[in-house]
Design a protein around this ligand. Structure first.
Ligand code: HEC
Ligand code: HEC
Length: 447
């Protein structure tokens, strides 16, 4: 049990500083009401049943970074989706609890704003919610598959139930500490949807221009690259925008494959028709590649070379017809060296900055994978109303949690007075008559 004490003539603030490995539930980050550019507002794949809340995304963040979400405590979502890499992985195939993945990891940038609501390279997950527990249930990735000697998903639920912090986080998010696959999915999806990147050089230019104008903040090469990206091949462009549609740069839901059909396991795979947003293909540490479902291209120049001459492979019966010419010829753009580097320069303008550094998307655990959760208020405000001779203490607390109120006259023996719930903004307060000669009150929390 943890407590927060206050006297009726004195407020006692316990000093707690945010530090790595400490999660302060009385001061949640803003996930629910993040600003975004005016030209982005018309897109949102959040279902009505799962709006982002600060509490839910916080729970999602903890699970996203928690290695205990894998069967042997070695792999978390963040092992393969790293903040410093635009939430992807520089390895072609990522390491899971038993071997490596069959496809390359995907960046998780602006997932919320993709018009295509199905997820994975082959769009096999019907929603983002459904996607989030598939890696947990995967034998290779996190290992709660319930097959091949693996524990089952129910074993993960039991494991989380035995961790008091999770009972608190689930209670704060859903009003009940009950843990279920649906509630795990919702919180993970809220966290993933919260990851947004709209502070790129492109956004600075786009805020005051439309795409068809030259941007004043761009170099000549970046503006030429933008024109190439936007214009279709008959107008001398590279036709990228018909599938990677600006200003989101997500994938056109009607896209078929782009001619990259090699599978990491060696065979042919025609099913890869989704791409992450092309935003943040490059990051502060360099390329966030390798690129494509099989990571076959180490950098963006190789990507452009691919689109310049799409391989004419009769085995590819699912090639998007925007990349083939009447008569069965595949696309040959004839881009010269400068045009290719102009396109690469333009793609570099789509890189944001806060998504790589903002604490709210970072690992809350410390280097030893420990996490302390602050539940009780760090500052107490007390007000005494001399007219009614009543006293009110107010604290910032974890939204929705129920706190006990206890009283004492000697600071040793405490009796429970009542319990009060923090409101959805995290305010908890208790009022009492002032009892002479003196009385002490405190909030308590029992998970
Ligand atoms: C072992 C590495 C690994 C782990 C662990 C992992 N992922 Fe992934 N993730 C991948 C790979 C690889 C893909 C692409 C797989 C495919 O398309 O078949 C992917 C795809 C995704 C996508 C689809 C993105 C899109 O735009 O379609 C989301 C969302 C995602 N992962 C979220 C998560 C979450 C949440 C977790 C933790 C519960 C997680 N991942 C754990 C490797 C991993
Ligand atoms: C017909 C639709 C289509 C067109 C046109 C198109 N792409 Fe793509 N693009 C895709 C698809 C589908 C994928 C995912 C394919 C895969 O991984 O197998 C993709 C993947 C990519 C990727 C890799 C993304 C990642 O995270 O690995 C980059 C970069 C890219 N495209 C850039 C471009 C550029 C630049 C152009 C113009 C020269 C272009 N694309 C034209 C459909 C298209």
């Amino acid at each position: 049990m943890k407590t927060c004490i206050t006297l009726w003539s004195l407020s006692l603030a316990s000093l707690v500083f945010a530090q790595n490995g400490t999660l302060d539930l009385t001061k949640l980050h803003n996930y629910a009401n993040q600003a975004r550019p005016a030209y982005i507002t018309n897109r949102d794949n959040t279902p009505g049943t799962n709006p982002i809340t600060d509490a839910g995304a916080t729970l999602g963040r903890v699970m996203f970074y928690d290695k205990r979400m894998s069967r042997n405590n070695t792999v978390s979502c963040s092992s393969c989706h790293q903040q410093a890499r635009g939430f992807s992985d520089t390895a072609t195939a990522s390491v899971g609890v038993d071997g490596t993945t069959g496809r390359h990891s995907m960046r998780l940038i602006n997932s919320r704003f993709s018009l295509e609501r199905k997820f994975f390279w082959d769009e096999r997950a019907a929603t983002l919610e459904a996607q989030t527990t598939q890696p947990i249930r995967d034998h290779v990735e996190m290992g709660f598959s319930g097959a091949s000697g693996d524990p089952a998903f129910a074993d993960l639920v039991n494991k989380l139930n035995a961790i008091p912090e999770y009972r608190v986080l689930f209670a704060m998010t859903y009003g009940s500490p009950v843990i279920s696959e649906t509630n795990i999915q919702r919180a993970l999806a809220q966290f993933v949807r919260s990851i947004q990147s709209f502070d790129s050089k492109y956004d600075v230019g786009r805020a005051v221009s439309n795409d068809n104008q030259n941007f004043a903040n761009f170099t000549a090469a970046e503006n030429r690259g933008k024109t190439l990206f936007l214009n279709p091949p008959p107008q001398g462009g590279a036709g990228c925008a018909t599938c990677h549609v600006p200003p989101h740069f997500d994938i056109d839901p009607n896209s078929r494959n782009n001619g990259v059909i090699g599978s990491l396991s060696g065979g042919v795979d025609l099913t890869n028709v989704r791409s992450p947003s092309l935003r943040d293909s490059v990051g502060p540490l360099g390329s966030n590649g390798p690129f494509m479902h099989n990571g076959v291209f180490a950098n963006l120049s190789q990507v452009i070379a691919h689109y310049n001459t799409i391989p004419n492979n009769p085995a590819n019966t699912n090639l998007d017809n925007r990349l083939s010419r009447p008569g069965g010829q595949t696309q040959n753009l004839g881009l010269n060296q400068q045009q290719s580097s102009d396109l690469v320069a333009f793609l570099g303008t789509l890189t944001g900055s806060s998504v790589y550094t903002d604490v709210k998307w970072s690992n809350p655990f410390n280097a030893s994978n420990e996490l302390s959760v602050i539940i009780l208020p760090s500052a107490v405000t007390t007000t005494i109303n001399r007219q009614t001779n009543s006293y009110t203490m107010t604290c910032r607390a974890a939204p929705g949690l129920s706190y006990g109120v206890e009283t004492s006259t000697n600071l040793k023996d405490w009796t429970t007075v009542t319990s009060v719930a923090a409101d959805t903004l995290g305010n908890v307060s208790y009022s009492a008559d002032v009892v002479p000669p003196k009385a002490f009150y405190r909030f308590t929390y029992t998970p």
